[in-house]
Ligand binder design. Sequence first.
Ligand SMILES: *[C@@H]1O[C@H](CO)[C@@H](O)[C@H](O)[C@H]1NC(C)=O
Ligand SMILES: *[C@@H]1O[C@H](CO)[C@@H](O)[C@H](O)[C@H]1NC(C)=O
Ligand SMILES: *[C@@H]1O[C@H](CO)[C@@H](O)[C@H](O)[C@H]1NC(C)=O
Ligand SMILES: *[C@@H]1O[C@H](CO)[C@@H](O)[C@H](O)[C@H]1NC(C)=O
Ligand SMILES: *[C@@H]1O[C@H](CO)[C@@H](O)[C@H](O)[C@H]1NC(C)=O
Ligand SMILES: *[C@@H]1O[C@H](CO)[C@@H](O)[C@H](O)[C@H]1NC(C)=O
Ligand SMILES: *[C@@H]1O[C@H](CO)[C@@H](O)[C@H](O)[C@H]1NC(C)=O
Ligand SMILES: *[C@@H]1O[C@H](CO)[C@@H](O)[C@H](O)[C@H]1NC(C)=O
Ligand SMILES: *[C@@H]1O[C@H](CO)[C@@H](O)[C@H](O)[C@H]1NC(C)=O
Ligand SMILES: *[C@@H]1O[C@H](CO)[C@@H](O)[C@H](O)[C@H]1NC(C)=O
Length: 409
Amino acid sequence: MSCSIQLTVLAVFAATALCLNLDSSNQTSIKQAAATIAGGLYTYHNTSSTAGLFNQPEPWFWWLSGAGWTALIDYTVYTNDTTYVSDIHSALSQNLGANYDFAPAEQSGWEANDDQVYWVYSALTAMEYGFPALSCETSPNNNIGNCTNSWQAVAVHAFEDFVTRWNIDSQTCGGGLKWQYDPTANGWTYKNAVSNGGFFQTAARLARYTGNQTYTDWATKVWDWSITAGLVGSEYHVFDGTSDGDGANCSSVDHDEWSYNIASYLHGAAHMYAHTNDSMWETIVASLIDTANATFFTPYSNATGIMYEQMCEKQALCSTDQSSFKGSLANWMGKTAVLVPSVSQRIMTLLEASARGAAASCSGDNSTCGTKWYVGGFDGQVGFGQELSALDAVLSVLVTDAPKLAVLA
Ligand SMILES: *[C@@H]1O[C@H](CO)[C@@H](O)[C@H](O)[C@H]1NC(C)=O
Ligand SMILES: *[C@@H]1O[C@H](CO)[C@@H](O)[C@H](O)[C@H]1NC(C)=O
Ligand SMILES: *[C@@H]1O[C@H](CO)[C@@H](O)[C@H](O)[C@H]1NC(C)=O
Ligand SMILES: *[C@@H]1O[C@H](CO)[C@@H](O)[C@H](O)[C@H]1NC(C)=O
Ligand SMILES: *[C@@H]1O[C@H](CO)[C@@H](O)[C@H](O)[C@H]1NC(C)=O
Ligand SMILES: *[C@@H]1O[C@H](CO)[C@@H](O)[C@H](O)[C@H]1NC(C)=O
Ligand SMILES: *[C@@H]1O[C@H](CO)[C@@H](O)[C@H](O)[C@H]1NC(C)=O
Ligand SMILES: *[C@@H]1O[C@H](CO)[C@@H](O)[C@H](O)[C@H]1NC(C)=O
Ligand SMILES: *[C@@H]1O[C@H](CO)[C@@H](O)[C@H](O)[C@H]1NC(C)=O
Ligand SMILES: *[C@@H]1O[C@H](CO)[C@@H](O)[C@H](O)[C@H]1NC(C)=O
């Protein structure tokens, strides 16, 4: 099944396929496509569970539910469609845990830093967009405001977790968060980009929002370590991780490149630029965009500037996790375009082509989205990650018309 991905094509209803065409210069068209794909994502919502999760194959991929709710916050903010607000509130409340930091008891033992931070992004996003607050809960240990579950308080609680863990983990490699924070978990020896990029981004977003120097200092520290350790390598390629197992002390790096890793650092650097106005961060952002473009766009010469997951996509080998990563890159490139005007035009060119391809992939039954955005239609590879990536891609072209990312007065 395939359909055209030209710039301006009206929705085509055929007997066999609904082609989801996107005119990326037409807000109504983009919002309609986003609404359709959000509906597709929502078919995964587990209504028989009270835990506010999306159905996944085992082992459930809890982190992806966090990514799903974050995309639905963006969807709500960008479109003003309030369909999902009460479910977002309910899901986030149920996964906050006793310390209001997205480390709930139900996930203990297998929740890692990267899983946690993907839920924390929902609080950071809600904080920056002034998304309606959770109904206020108080706790005597909260020193941030009156509500221990305010979006900012939740982000700060998680930030403080990361600081504590970093200090423990710094016995090796001169710093760096480990992937796992439970010492008994598999992967306790891995210091990876998505965890450290996540900590960097959390600190940078809090720095920009609050103006508190503690966050600026931590963001700088995590960035500097990531360079020293080689997670952010030459020409700003971002590599998957490094190990402190068997005395390795991070002496070698796993050079796999996944789109969400570079995206994690890109969005943090964009916040640092917006906060400091330091041209060093602007240069870093521009370089990360160059490398993202060189690495994750243009799978074939007939598909210029269309995003793909270069490690697995052409071979049709992307896992449940990996199928979602393009969503992170699309979402954070979009927000970077808002925060760093000098790269905005370049980013939007890449996102518009990708969003059209993503929308065109959503032409399975019931507008189900596929994996490949450069084939001009639906490739039959479906899942929650595919719906999420397509939703984030389509939403990303609305970002320049979204409300401004707020800062505390
Ligand atoms: C924008 O898209 C909507 C929905 O597809 C369509 O009804 C409308 O005619 C389009 N407007 C323009 C100017 O193309
Ligand atoms: C929905 O969640 C419940 C409770 O966690 C679980 O037992 C059930 O298998 C889930 N349903 C699907 C379709 O995954
Ligand atoms: C959403 O609604 C508000 C208030 O009615 C309005 O100011 C804003 O422009 C709308 N945003 C979008 C994206 O339609
Ligand atoms: C906390 O509550 C007090 C008393 O109701 C109020 O005066 C104050 O403004 C609140 N602070 C914040 C940060 O909301
Ligand atoms: C491990 O690496 C860090 C950072 O490069 C270095 O400071 C430290 O001395 C190294 N430790 C050992 C035991 O080699
Ligand atoms: C700045 O942030 C740190 C870390 O969360 C916190 O301990 C400190 O109280 C904050 N300072 C102010 C003035 O809010
Ligand atoms: C940011 O820096 C540029 C020079 O690099 C300067 O022209 C501009 O006024 C600065 N903006 C702010 C808000 O400080
Ligand atoms: C991306 O890379 C291609 C190939 O080098 C180049 O032609 C294109 O201009 C780049 N696009 C952006 C937006 O930087
Ligand atoms: C499409 O949606 C309809 C109505 O919700 C449902 O009955 C049907 O099973 C769905 N088809 C597929 C292939 O998911
Ligand atoms: C582009 O080329 C690839 C590889 O030859 C092919 O699989 C794909 O269908 C082509 N896409 C379009 C839109 O023609």
